[in-house]
Structures are given as structure tokens and as C-alpha cells.
Ligand binder design. Structure first.
Ligand code: G3H
Ligand code: 13P
Ligand code: ZN
Length: 325
């Protein structure tokens, strides 16, 4: 039996993005697939009074089971209330790759879906996205589309090279598909190795010129930034110190994300930074106490660090803190 997100206490992204646009900040979209991650996301966002998008990839859905995820999301809403603030929470499908997957998520309580047709020829992307929008809007669910391709790995789809979004396409795409937000490619990529830097080179700036062109063509329309982890050296160094090997990991500098968040970028996607913080603390805990075998100890420590990391994002990078009254 189909279930509506409204029954779970979730919201779609419509009002979230309107408020973010008006307020000059971005709503965090944090990926999760387990209990400790969702606990940390909710606690961090309640403590910073931030709206939040709980984001689930196809791979995460397969990992966690879609029924369990739905109850986790419902639990998140109740947990937030228990912690003292009924923050707006959306449950969003990240990088949906088919109409059928989007429909299945909508029927299982998602309040927002992304249909990622960015690797398809333009007309096919338009047709697929439009079809998803028609179904989603009939159920009050918001839809994110994508134009331009990010390098990196999204589930099973790996793109060796990126290509930037063409600003000449965005207006036509939004008009013809009816999407509620648009992900664009301006130089970010997925994962922990975003830029290949030679000795002494620093991270190249994002293509804010392309973002500005897109904003000109779509005034006041919500833009989404994927691949927005900063790959903080404190976590990479911890991973390397305690037995890991992540040489040359590099992310998007926080000041560039701050600049994006103040523009029409209303949603910023962060997955890798959560993975890094989590892994760093698990490694540290097990390294320092080789006799430890209670998962609550190392997962609990990792969860505590995630809360710190997400609060810092909301407060100092996305500007989403203190937006819920
Ligand atoms: O965009 C990609 C996200 O980081 C999800 O990654 O497909 O490994 O769950 P995943
Ligand atoms: P990161 O790998 O930079 O965290 O990007 C996540 C993302 O875009 C999820 O859709
Ligand atoms: Zn992404």
C-alpha cells in the first residue's frame, strides 16, 4: 500500500527553498544509510535550528532496505520533536536513475526525488524528467533535475570527466520539465578526490561565472550543488594516522561554499564529509583500544563527531543555523 510522506510528518522542499532563497542560505542535504548517521543529522540540525534534507541514494536504499528507511525517517521527525524543535525534514531520493525508482520512492514516503538524466541526450533528459515531475506533483512531491555532468562516482555510474552546465539550456529545461530545483555542474565532483593537484597547486575556484549565468536565466529559481564536501584535512589526517590510506584527498574550500550558499544555491549536498568524520573516529577508537569490540563504543564516538561536523557546516558554511523559529 502506498504511503504519503505527509503521514510520516515530512515536508517537501518547496517552502524550504523559498525561505533559503529569501534568507540567502542553503539547506543541508546530508546523505545517510544507517541509524547513527540519521541520529547525528537530526540532533545537529535541531541543536542549530536548521531545516534539513535527509538524502538517500539508490545504493543506500538497497543497503538499508526501503521499509526500514521509511521508519527511520518517521523516527527522525519524532526524535526532532523529542529534542525540542519541530524542524522541517524532507526525505529525498538522491540521483534517481529511472522513472520506476522515483515512483517507488514516492509510494514509500519520500517527499522529494531527484531524477538524474544528466548523462542522457538533452531531449531524453527533458522527457524523463517531465514524466517524473507529472507523477510527483500529483502526489505533492518536489523534483530536482540535473543539467551538466559531475565527474566521480554515483552508485554504479562513473563519469571520468565532467562537463559544465550550459546556461543556454537551463531556462528551456526548467520550463519544459516543471522541475522545482536544478542541479548544475560548476566544477565540483563526487567523492573525496575532487581535484588532481600538482605540487604547489591550490584548488581551482568553482565556475561562479556559470552559476551567475544560470541565475540570470532563472531568477529566483532554486539551484542545487552536488559534490560539495570540503574533505577536511583533520579527518583525512586522522584516517591516515590510524591505519588508513587516503593520500591526495581534496575537497571544495569552505569559503567557496559560503559564497554559493548566499546565492540562488538553496541545497548543498554533503555525503563524503560525513563518511570521513565517521571513519576517522572509528579508526581512532579501535586503534587506541584494540580490545574494544562493542560497536556502540566506536559507532557512538563516530556519531558524536558527526554531530560536531554537521553543526559546524550549518553554522559556518551553509548559513542554515537559526532559521527555524
Ligand atoms: O552522489 C553520490 C552520493 O555520495 C551517494 O553515494 O551512491 O555511494 O551511496 P552512494
Ligand atoms: P560529496 O561526495 O562531495 O559529499 O557529494 C555528495 C553528493 O553530491 C550527493 O548527491
Ligand atoms: Zn550528487
Amino acid at each position: 500500500m502506498a504511503i504519503s510522506y505527509k503521514e510520516l510528518g515530512l515536508v517537501n522542499t518547496k517552502d524550504m527553498f523559498k525561505d533559503a532563497m529569501d534568507g540567502g542560505y542553503a539547506v543541508p542535504a546530508y546523505n545517510f544509510n544507517n541509524l547513527e548517521q540519521i541520529q547525528a543529522i537530526v540532533q545537529a540540525c535541531v541543536e542549530t535550528r536548521s531545516p534539513v534534507i535527509l538524502q538517500v541514494s539508490k545504493g543506500a536504499r538497497n543497503y538499508a532496505n526501503s521499509t526500514i528507511l521509511r521508519y527511520l525517517a518517521m523516527g527522525a521527525v519524532e526524535f526532532a520533536k523529542e529534542l525540542g524543535c519541530n524542524i522541517p525534514i524532507a526525505l529525498h531520493l538522491d540521483h534517481g536513475d529511472s522513472y520506476e525508482l522515483c515512483v517507488d520512492c514516492i509510494e514509500k514516503g519520500f517527499s522529494s526525488v531527484m531524477i538524474d538524466g544528466s548523462s542522457l541526450p538533452y531531449e531524453e533528459n527533458v522527457a524523463l524528467t517531465k514524466k517524473v515531475v507529472e507523477y510527483a506533483h500529483a502526489h505533492g512531491v518536489t523534483v530536482e533535475g540535473e543539467l551538466g555532468v559531475l565527474a566521480g562516482i554515483e552508485d554504479d555510474v562513473s563519469h571520468e570527466v565532467s562537463h559544465y552546465t550550459d546556461p543556454d539550456e537551463v531556462e528551456d529545461f526548467v520550463k519544459r520539465t516543471g522541475v522545482d530545483s536544478l542541479a548544475i555542474s560548476i566544477g565540483t565532483s563526487h567523492g573525496a578526490y575532487k581535484f588532481k593537484l600538482k605540487e604547489g597547486e591550490s584548488v581551482p575556484p568553482l565556475r561562479f561565472d556559470i552559476l551567475e549565468e544560470c541565475m540570470k536565466r532563472l531568477p529566483g529559481f532554486p539551484i542545487v550543488l552536488h559534490g560539495a564536501s570540503s574533505v577536511l584535512s583533520k579527518y583525512v589526517d586522522m584516517i591516515n594516522k590510524y591505519g588508513g590510506s587516503m593520500e591526495n584527498a581534496v575537497g571544495v574550500p569552505e569559503e567557496q561554499l559560503r559564497k554559493a550558499a548566499a546565492s540562488s544555491v538553496c541545497k548543498i549536498n554533503i555525503d563524503s564529509d560525513g563518511r570521513l568524520a565517521f571513519t576517522a573516529v572509528v579508526r581512532e577508537t579501535l586503534f587506541n583500544d584494540p580490545k574494544e569490540f562493542d560497536p556502540r563504543k566506536y559507532l557512538g564516538n563516530a556519531r558524536a563527531e558527526l554531530i560536531v561536523a554537521y553543526k559546524q557546516k550549518n553554522e559556518s558554511v551553509l548559513g542554515s543555523a537559526n532559521r527555524v523559529k
